[in-house]
Design a protein around this ligand. Structure first.
Ligand SMILES: Cc1ncc(COP(=O)(O)O)c(C=O)c1O
Length: 391
């Protein structure tokens, strides 16, 4: 698709195979584990190339269509789809980091990535320095001769901290680091980190990209085709490629990404404003509120919206918080985000359970913190459910 089209349009008009003049309007589902060749030499060549189709662990045309669509949205040279967001993060970090290497990471981090880094440290002696994400000088201060990677998130989970991506990437590039960012919470329509200096962008496509709470997936996009190939080789070893049906569902979801992201943002913004006035809520974490520390930065980096995740600190303690979530009727208690239904979860007991109390405090999570993944319902129905549950 031509790059001068708007991203919302490119998410709909993805490239489809031409069947001798007739083009299917949707990407076909190639649910096949292997591909046959008349010429054995061609097969021998295909099995070694990420561009060719030989065996499903290597690649697949439906998976490729998804990869190409995300490359177009992120402005990448190539992308690699995986069976889950953690599959993408795992293969990227295992490719970039070896024994004794050092990585600089923002401390407001998805719990699964935190657990992976802890494991890399314990098993292979990978050294990790956590930085606040407020001041790019932190990168220079943390540098060591062994530093290889700078790892950030566009919007952090669950308190929606925003890191000044262009400034941090500039500091990382100046030191020769590979800059990686998890862009799951913003989506490629909210933020395009490769245009700000990142080398690798990762999404859990389980979330906004697929958008219907029915698929698990991940995708990593690269500016450098060589790095893509290295991570592809790693993915061959780990067997983390996306299943074609999951890729197909993700492509189907992608077509409505523009509409959905607008509604997620509007609902989250409306709910955040409502909850910020409610006496049962101590604090609302949403970058759209003028008193959020990253309000101006969020407007600069994500002019089209900040997705649909916000967090609240419920007044009272653990019991009041449990009681509040129990009383919700329309909104369900469930992990994950980015689907059409609004969900709540307590990060300290779910997504961030691998962190100890001190680590949680350092990133502003208490036992009263509830993450709200705002869906696509009518805003007034959401407000009514939260109002009755808060009492
Ligand atoms: C920001 C972020 N990155 C990565 C992941 C992992 O994705 P997946 O669950 O698809 O493995 C999640 C999952 O919640 C997430 O929130």
């Amino acid at each position: 698709m031509p790059n001068d089209l708007h991203p919302e349009t490119r998410a709909i008009h993805v490239d489809v195979p031409d069947l001798g003049g007739a083009r299917p309007l949707n990407t076909p589902l190639y649910q096949t584990a292997n591909f046959g060749y008349d010429n054995p030499e061609e097969l021998a060549e295909a099995i070694n190339r990420p561009e060719s189709f030989a065996y499903l662990r290597n690649s697949n045309p439906t998976v490729r269509a998804l990869e190409d669509a995300i490359s177009s949205l992120e402005g990448a040279a190539a992308s690699l789809a995986a069976a889950s967001g953690m599959g993408s993060i795992h293969t990227v970090l295992h490719t970039l980091l070896g024994s004794g290497d050092h990585v600089i990471v923002q401390k407001h981090l998805y719990g699964g990535t935190f657990a992976l880094l802890k494991d890399l440290a314990a098993r292979y002696g990978v050294e990790v320095t956590y930085v606040g994400g407020q001041d790019p000088a932190e990168v220079a201060d943390a540098l060591r001769p062994s530093t290889k990677v700078l790892y950030l998130e566009t919007l952090s989970n669950p308190t929606a901290q925003v890191t000044d991506l262009p400034a941090f990437f500039a500091a990382g590039k100046a030191a020769g680091l590979t800059c990686v960012v998890d862009n799951t919470f913003a989506s490629p329509l909210g933020c395009r980190p490769l245009s700000m200096g990142a080398d690798v962008v990762i999404h859990s496509s389980t979330k906004y990209l697929s958008g219907h709470c029915d698929v698990l997936g991940g995708i990593a996009s690269f500016t450098d085709a060589d790095l893509h190939r290295q991570v592809w080789s790693r993915s061959l070893e780990t067997g983390t490629i996306a299943d074609p049906f999951a890729a197909w569902l993700t492509l189907r979801g992608l077509a409505t990404l523009g509409l959905r992201m607008r509604r997620h943002h509007e609902n989250a913004d409306g709910l955040a404003r409502f909850l910020s006035q409610h006496p049962g809520v101590d604090k609302v974490h949403w970058p759209g509120l003028p008193d959020h520390p990253a309000h101006a930065l969020a407007q600069r980096l994500m002019p089209n919206g900040y997705g649909g995740v916000l967090a609240i600190d419920v007044a009272g303690g653990r019991e009041e918080t449990l009681e509040f979530t129990r009383r919700l009727r329309l909104v369900d208690r469930a992990v994950s985000l980015g689907g059409f239904k609004t969900l709540v979860q307590q990060p300290s007991a779910t997504s961030h359970r691998s962190m100890d109390a001190e680590g949680l405090r350092a990133i502003g999570i208490t036992e009263g913190t509830v993450r709200i993944a705002v869906g696509l319902e009518h805003l007034e129905d959401l407000k009514a459910d939260f109002a009755q549950a808060l009492g």
